[in-house]
Design a protein around this ligand. Structure first.
Ligand SMILES: [Fe+2]
Ligand SMILES: [Fe+2]
Length: 296
């Protein structure tokens, strides 16, 4: 891993170049009025949070399709919420940068990508007629706190964690030709553009960890562990289960206890958690938070 200022500029220049060549406007690229294809899932059924449970076995095929639709919608709601937090964090980061640097210019480019993504997710939620899957009061407050204060290590690490988890699900969806065309297209656009964000965050995180002192790192570990819990909470929003007639608290409880889904969570978080472990960001008391998040 290269961490010099030169390397930072080289990476940003490469990412800027790639952004010019491969960026998508979802309002042009996606046919938002195309009808849903009957019987097709919205994500591979084995990635559903209830897959393999008695609740899953009780559902009709139609209900299972509907469940995956709302699981995708709950994740997209989390995506919009997270991107809003991320944009404010990146703009605050940019505030202190030299505007002629490629690093600063890429931060703005990433914000521009996220603006389009949040509109895309908003259109998706509208297209599938999803109810508003809001964050809990506590997670909403944590988001407000993070977007106003987070810097350095925990800022880049929480960005990376959310991006890697969504990316894992989206790559799966993108590759599966049996799924709804709308969600595959949304995922394809997001995966292409997020690959650059992931590269930017992974490299910058190393520099931020190297620059942080021990007290600052200890604080970052705790905030990151808490953020991991928030991200998982948002993936299994209780209201989504109500859409197929399952009481919300029961659906969520079943999902979080489901060994299939726990394996899916570990799989989705694996790239990020391996990297954080390597960088010493999962250690000490924060391990308890990580265990509670079910990502480890
Ligand atoms: Fe995004
Ligand atoms: Fe992103």
């Amino acid at each position: 891993m290269t961490t010099t200022p030169d390397a930072r500029e080289r990476t940003a220049a490469r990412l800027l170049d790639s952004s010019v060549r491969r960026s998508y406007d979802p309002l042009i690229e996606i046919d938002w009025d195309a009808p849903e294809v009957p019987g097709r899932y919205w994500m591979p059924p084995e990635r559903s949070s209830l897959y393999g449970t008695p609740l899953w076995n009780q559902l009709t095929d139609e209900q299972r399709v509907e469940l995956t639709k709302h699981e995708v919608a709950s994740a997209a709601s989390a995506g919009v919420w997270f991107e809003t937090v991320l944009m404010e964090m990146l703009i605050r980061h940019y505030y202190d940068q030299d505007p002629t640097s490629r690093h600063a210019q890429y931060a703005l480019t990433e914000v521009a990508d996220e603006c389009r993504h949040s509109i895309m997710f908003g259109r998706l939620l509208e297209a599938v007629k999803a109810p508003r899957y809001r964050a809990t009061w506590g997670d909403h407050a944590l988001g407000r706190f993070l977007k106003a204060t987070a810097t350095g290590t925990h800022m880049y690490a929480s960005i990376l964690l959310a991006e890697e988890i969504l990316d894992a699900f989206q790559r799966d969806i993108m590759a599966d030709e049996s799924l709804q065309p709308l969600i595959r297209m949304v995922c394809r656009i997001h995966v292409v553009e997020e690959a650059r964000h992931v590269r930017y965050a992974r490299e910058e995180l190393v520099r931020q960890v190297e620059a942080a002192g021990p007290a600052r790192l200890a604080y970052s570990r705790l905030i990151l562990g808490r953020a991991a819990n928030t991200i998982v909470n948002r993936l299994v929003h209780p209201d989504l289960y109500e859409q197929v007639g399952i009481p919300g608290p029961l659906g969520r409880r079943t999902a979080l206890a489901n060994p299939h889904f726990r394996e899916t969570l570990r799989w989705a978080g694996a790239k990020a958690t391996a990297y954080f472990t390597e960088l010493g960001l999962i250690a000490g008391p924060s391990r308890l938070l990580w265990r509670r998040s079910r990502l480890l």
